[in-house]
Design a protein around this ligand. Structure first.
Ligand code: HEC
Ligand code: HEC
Length: 373
């Protein structure tokens, strides 16, 4: 499988320019009834959907252990997000079924599917910015076509998700796309032998892929929804409930790290370390990262090609550094949990703990959070 993906990616790279030509010369893309797309195009689409654009992370239901249920691949998730969790009648947004069944994209033309992906245009009005079309907007036309071709090739699954509930944030237009020029370039000079790799990484991390989406501040009511001045500086909070995160030590909201090479982020990381984190989901101290960071063999990035993982590493480690201040790390002590009772503070522990022992307890919490981060 890995070999197949590798060769498909290699082939498709060579074909990128050809697709761009053919889709503009034929004008209208293949619709139902048109000849099936060729195998290399579908394979490129599959790779992008599974390992780069992460469509499955939102559009596939999860098993109780948090992994994606591949028997329901892209079949949609009812109430995938709930932006008003305290009100049952408002705020729930499903991630619809993307399979070619009538209850999914069965009745959609290729152009309609492409517009939903890159322009946030739904059949009955604009999609919310919970669907990251504002990132995908800048994707190469050939890659968007490959994704559409792949979606049309997968097995249809019957599953109708419920419609979007009323939202506090009005959806009176599609989310403004991220200006392509706002996605930072590598700071490597163009004469550097790794410049081209890093710029390929930029495409995978910030144009066709979603590092930029999870690792930037996000506001559903802003246009575009990502804070342009602090792209990649982390701080997006993600709800444990929405992302099906399991484990005792994960807080209700998990924050993404600053992945720029600043002291408050990834200063000191090499491209190979970033690549290893993507393939293993372990951090630089070999500690497992909290979901929804989708790394490792059980996560979407486990099947990234080594080449692509390293290109992303070259890009991330050569971004302009941004000071994010402290980003809460996972696992963090949750506010509802009272500090451990001071009673049996270790007899040979620190002697200058505050009168009520609180200082010692806080110090322990801090050390825990640090060691686990
Ligand atoms: C971060 C989560 C997330 C990711 C990643 C994501 N989507 Fe979505 N998508 C959604 C949500 C949520 C909606 C529904 C939005 C709404 O109703 O406002 C949606 C809507 C759609 C729709 C419209 C379907 C309909 O019936 O109206 C299409 C098509 C779509 N997504 C395709 C994709 C593809 C293809 C990818 C990967 C390239 C992708 N999505 C990645 C969350 C996501
Ligand atoms: C679905 C959201 C999501 C996506 C997509 C995502 N990340 Fe993350 N990432 C996170 C979260 C959340 C954390 C924090 C995990 C924790 O606290 O244990 C994280 C942590 C990390 C870390 C660890 C930093 C450290 O100091 O240990 C690195 C490196 C990283 N991500 C790189 C990336 C790269 C590169 C990409 C794109 C290829 C990416 N991430 C895509 C959510 C995401």
């Amino acid at each position: 499988m890995r070999t197949l993906l590798l060769s498909a990616a290699a082939i498709s790279l060579g074909l990128g320019a050809v697709w761009a030509c053919s889709s503009s010369s034929t004008g209208v893309a293949a619709d139902a009834g048109a000849p099936p797309a060729d195998g290399a195009v579908v394979a490129r689409g599959e790779y992008l959907v599974k390992s780069v654009a992460l469509c499955g992370e939102c559009h596939t239901p999860r098993l109780p252990d948090g992994r994606l249920d591949t028997t329901q691949w892209l079949a949609g998730v009812d109430r995938r997000f709930d932006v008003e969790p305290d009100d049952d009648t408002r705020g729930a947004v499903s991630a619809p079924n993307l399979t070619p069944h009538e209850s999914g994209l069965g009745g959609w033309s290729s152009d309609e599917i492409r517009s939903a992906i890159v322009d946030g245009a739904g059949l009955s009005g604009p999609l919310t910015s919970l669907m990251p079309s504002y990132v995908f907007h800048n994707m190469a036309a050939g890659d968007a076509d490959a994704i559409v071709a792949y979606l049309r090739s997968i097995p249809p699954v019957a599953h109708l998700t419920s419609g979007r509930q009323k939202l506090t944030v009005p959806v009176d237009g599609p989310p403004a796309p991220l200006p392509e020029a706002a996605v930072p370039h590598t700071t490597l000079p163009s004469s550097d032998p790794n410049f081209a790799r890093a710029e390929r990484g930029r495409y995978l991390a910030g144009v066709a892929g979603l590092c930029i989406d999870c690792h930037s501040t996000w506001r559903p009511d802003a246009r575009p929804p990502l804070a342009l001045g602090t792209l990649f500086a982390g701080g997006r909070g993600m709800s444990r409930a929405e992302w099906g995160v399991v484990g005792d030590r994960t807080p209700a909201v998990i924050y993404s790290y600053n992945v720029t090479p600043h002291e408050s982020g990834l200063a000191g990381w090499t491209p190979a370390m970033v690549a290893a984190t993507l393939k293993t989901n372990l951090d630089d101290r070999k500690e497992p990262l909290c979901r929804p960071m989708p790394g490792g063999p059980m996560g979407s990035y486990g099947a990234l090609t080594d080449e692509d993982a390293l290109d992303i590493g070259w890009y991330i480690t050569t971004l302009p550094p941004i000071d994010s201040g402290d980003v809460p790390q996972c696992p963090i002590p949750t506010p509802e949990v009272p500090p451990p009772p001071p009673a049996d503070a270790a007899p040979d522990g620190p002697v200058d703990a505050g009168a009520d022992g609180r200082d010692a307890a806080d110090a322990t919490d801090g050390a825990d959070a640090d060691a686990a981060g």
